[in-house]
Design a protein around this ligand. Structure first.
Ligand code: SER
Length: 314
């Protein structure tokens, strides 16, 4: 483990910040090189950081060689809501950057690659409850299309060149250290900020919109556990379903009211409602639990306590 040299692409994003911090603890700060197209995130200061546009193949190769990188976590992407505003751009960024990373993995003989997929791969023809690992997959957003195509490419590089690529289909992720950006599930983060600031929140998803969700601590631990699992245990080289909880906006509001009794929620659904309507309400993650030991720790109320306490201090 000590010899690994890790490159994070998109380290300043919602997942990137916390994953970089966790990997630095595990592998040593100097062995985890954070990169992002944006300014260095304040929480990442004190460790190696390089500016990198995920579309810059040459820049990526240069960093991999110079830093003697052995593993890449490629997290940069346009998410579901942002993607719908400029579908071609979302496709270009999400696909080109992934293919570059996969090619680099083969060419430079990297040990492992991590790339996130999403519940957005599923569409309206997929069973909505307890969505199975293998099922009908007809994504409706460009983000979902790029994630599903990406899963197939990951599997292809594994089969064809033995590249050890691993992936999780994250549900909506909720965190307080780093901000989300451009997702359909972001309401479940905004609501905590607004509850503390104004004791009210207008949700862009309607009452009754159930979606699978997860607290960031669980997502980070799951990611690292998947990456450390023995290769022979992993029976799919598509992406794994992973789940923790499911709730609708009125349920997260009720959970917040246990701490802030006068908190009020109202609803003004926008274009993101249609995206959410195409996604599953709950996920069957038996394959993850059986093959590499996945187990979530946080439910809605324990997550709410953590979110309100930590954001309150912040
Ligand atoms: N949280 C993501 C989104 O809403 C789902 O992968 O786009």
């Amino acid at each position: 483990m000590a010899n690994e040299r890790i490159l994070i692409i998109g380290a300043g994003g919602q997942i990137g910040v916390e994953l970089t911090l966790a990997l630095r603890k595990l592998y040593g700060t100097d062995n985890v090189v954070a990169t992002d197209i944006r300014e260095e995130h304040p929480l990442l200061k004190g460790g190696p950081f390089r500016h990198l546009n995920a579309m810059d193949a040459f820049g990526m190769l240069e960093i991999v060689k110079k830093e003697k990188i052995t593993q890449i976590y490629h997290l940069a992407a346009l998410l579901s809501a942002t993607g719908e505003k400029d579908p071609k751009r979302a496709w270009d960024i999400n696909m080109q950057s992934l293919l570059q990373v996969l090619d680099l993995g083969v060419q430079e003989k990297l040990n492992k690659i991590y790339w996130p997929s999403s519940i957005a791969v599923f569409g309206k023809t997929t069973p909505k409850q307890e969505t199975p690992q293998q099922t009908v997959i007809e994504p409706l957003t460009v983000y979902g299309i790029s994630k599903y195509a990406g899963e197939l490419w990951c599997q292809y590089y594994y089969n064809r060149w033995g590249l050890d690529v691993r992936s999780l289909r994250y549900p909506g992720l909720i965190s307080w250290k780093s901000e989300p950006g451009g997702g359909t599930t972001d309401y479940a983060v905004e609501i905590y900020h607004e509850a503390l600031k104004h004791k009210k929140y207008t949700s862009f998803l309607d009452k009754g919109t159930y979606l699978p969700m997860m607290y960031m601590d669980d997502a980070i631990r799951g990611t690292i556990e998947l990456m450390e699992a023995p290769s022979e245990k992993l029976q799919t080289r598509m992406s794994y379903n992973i789940s923790a909880m499911s709730f609708a906006p009125e349920e997260i509001a009720a959970s917040i009211q246990k701490t802030i009794p006068d908190f009020e929620i109202s609803y003004a659904p926008d274009f993101r409602q249609e995206i959410a309507n195409g996604w599953p309400q709950s996920i069957d993650d038996t394959a993850s639990r059986e093959q590499w030991g996945w187990k979530h720790a946080f439910d809605l109320d324990s997550m709410t306590r953590e979110m309100l306490t930590n954001l309150g201090k912040k």
